[in-house]
Design a protein around this ligand. Structure first.
Ligand SMILES: [Zn+2]
Length: 132
């Protein structure tokens, strides 16, 4: 195994293979709340563990919470995969995430938008990491 930077696959970004963007479904949910078809209670349901991770390790964004508009949202990342707890492992630094790209195995990183004011949370994107 070598650490040559560019794999032969032609993938432009080794770290972000299998990228899936969930913005569309996130915006649909936001629109449903704004139009009254969904209640805030149904979407502002972040578990205490998620809020704790958001508080300790969340990456601040410049975006207002789409639901309460009281606070900027933060992004939290969880990695799921071989050898990790079933509830995933929260990522506390960019270094920690990049370390997964050198590990053997299949890992998927999920990035979740969280509002610490109203507990809004939604998946923003996911991508594969790891040395498959
Ligand atoms: Zn909010």
């Amino acid at each position: 195994m070598s650490f040559d930077s560019e794999p032969m696959s032609g993938s432009r970004n080794k770290v972000h293979k299998g990228h899936i963007d969930y913005r569309l479904s996130r915006n649909l949910v936001v629109n449903e709340v704004r139009s009254g078809r969904l209640s805030r209670l149904e979407v502002c349901d972040a578990q205490s563990e998620l809020l704790r991770v958001a508080n300790n390790y969340g990456n601040p964004t410049k975006e207002d919470c789409p639901i309460c508009e009281q606070e900027k949202t933060v992004l939290v990342s969880f990695v799921f995969g071989s050898g990790l707890p079933a509830k995933g492992r929260s990522i506390t630094s960019p270094f920690e995430l990049s370390s997964f790209s050198l590990k053997r195995g299949n890992f998927t990183c999920y990035v979740i938008e969280v509002c610490q004011s109203c507990s809004w949370n939604h998946l923003v994107r996911s991508f594969r990491v790891g040395d498959h």
